[in-house]
Design a binder for this molecule. Structure first.
Ligand SMILES: Nc1ncnc2c1ncn2[C@@H]1O[C@H](COP(=O)(O)OP(=O)(O)O)[C@@H](O)[C@H]1O
Ligand SMILES: [Mg+2]
Length: 222
């Protein structure tokens, strides 16, 4: 199997307001088309690791290889280009624009300006079909339930067919049953070659993942 991600000695120390070590240097590989769960107590550094892998912020040390690209060498502009091309995000809150309907929210994830508007709408509606929401594509986001909103967020993350999906506590605000539907959806992605990294407190999610790592006090412990 090919690695999508190779982290070597990746860590984070911030200098402001005081010098603080957030993440001890860690090494980790993630194979293409697999799922990885990241678990650990609150404040351990899970979201920080996810944000470094998602190129939302740079590490302060170490090297980060993503399919042959040296992400640690990227400046802010290259990082944002890299994110747009390769990574879809799902967070605890769906962060939809309530004034727009479902498909127009999904369309926000289709960031490639070369895709013509008619194709953007078509792809957005297809992505909603895949998350089981084809019937409510034209419904205003404000009218959707919590579980529907999170499925729209998943559709928005996958519409550009990214190599990697990073989901940071995606079921954190959902009840058990709607949470399960969102997990089933996310864990179906690796079948189509998309790699999944999920930060979670949810035992079910950790059980569903191909691999599970634990972060405690900024350190990879298992
Ligand atoms: N840029 C930063 N500057 C200072 N502290 C930070 C920064 N980023 C994260 N932290 C701190 O690092 C710790 C880990 O945060 P986080 O990764 O969000 O934990 P988790 O997601 O495991 O709950 C927290 O104490 C947080 O306040
Ligand atoms: Mg977090």
């Amino acid at each position: 199997m090919t690695d999508l991600i190779g982290l070597h000695g990746i860590g984070l120390e911030v200098q402001r307001p005081v010098r603080t070590r957030i993440l001890q240097p860690l090494s980790l590989t993630v194979e293409v088309g697999t799922s990885l769960a990241v678990v650990g107590p609150s404040g351990a550094g899970k979201s920080t690791l996810a944000s470094i892998i998602g190129a939302l912020q740079p590490a302060s040390e170490g090297s980060y290889d993503f399919d042959g690209q040296r992400v640690e060498l990227f400046g802010p502009r290259d990082r944002s280009r890299f994110r747009a091309a390769n990574i879809g995000f799902v967070f605890q809150h769906a962060l939809l624009i309530d004034e727009r309907n479902a498909w127009r929210n999904v369309a926000l994830g289709q960031v490639d300006p070369a895709v013509p508007p008619a194709r953007v709408e078509e792809r957005s509606r297809e992505a909603l079909d895949r998350v089981g929401l084809g019937g409510i594509a034209d419904r205003g986001a404000a009218l959707l339930s919590g579980g529907e909103r999170q499925r729209v967020a998943v559709a928005r993350a996958v519409v550009k067919q990214p190599r990697l999906i990073i989901a940071d506590e995606p079921t954190g605000s959902l009840d058990q049953r709607t949470g399960e539907a969102v997990l089933d959806l996310l864990f179906s992605l690796p079948d189509s070659g998309t790699t999944l990294i999920i930060v979670t407190h949810d035992h079910r999610a950790a059980d569903m993942a191909d691999r599970c790592i634990e972060i405690v006090d900024g350190e990879l412990v298992a």
